[in-house]
Design a protein around this ligand. Structure first.
Ligand code: FES
Length: 121
């Protein structure tokens, strides 16, 4: 198992090795957008990996290419639907503002909880 923490939302979850960061977010109830059906087609699942990047699968060319168009890309950037947890340990994730806003757009029913997680209401 691996632990994934979301300090900005005060969440954490344990997931099996083999899960993607986006699947970890689902399990944690983290407000993580995913517009394209998780097929490396949109970049709305963009996160910053604050710790534990070495536990993740290497970045493939398609992921790198998509992130190349992101204005807020950093060295720690990954796509949550493409980054697979490959070893036990702890990964610390920051969901980007773009991904958070996508989540709000696509989950109106959960918007109040998501906003509260970030202290925005
Ligand atoms: S959900 Fe679209 S690239 Fe990850």
């Amino acid at each position: 198992m691996a632990k994934v923490r979301y300090p900005r939302e005060g969440l954490e979850v344990e997931v099996p090795v083999g899960a993607t960061l986006l699947e970890a977010s689902d399990a944690a109830g983290a407000p993580h957008g995913d517009h394209c059906g998780r097929v490396c087609g949109c970049s709305t699942c963009h996160v910053y990996v604050l710790a534990g990047a070495a536990l993740l699968s290497p970045m493939e060319r398609d992921e790198d290419s998509l992130l190349g168009g992101a204005i807020d890309r950093k060295a720690s950037s990954r796509l949550g639907c493409q980054a697979v947890i490959e070893a036990e340990g702890e990964v610390v994730v920051e969901i980007t503002d773009e991904s958070f806003e996508t989540y709000l757009d696509e989950h109106e029913e959960d918007a109040e909880r998501a906003l509260a997680l970030r202290g925005l209401v």
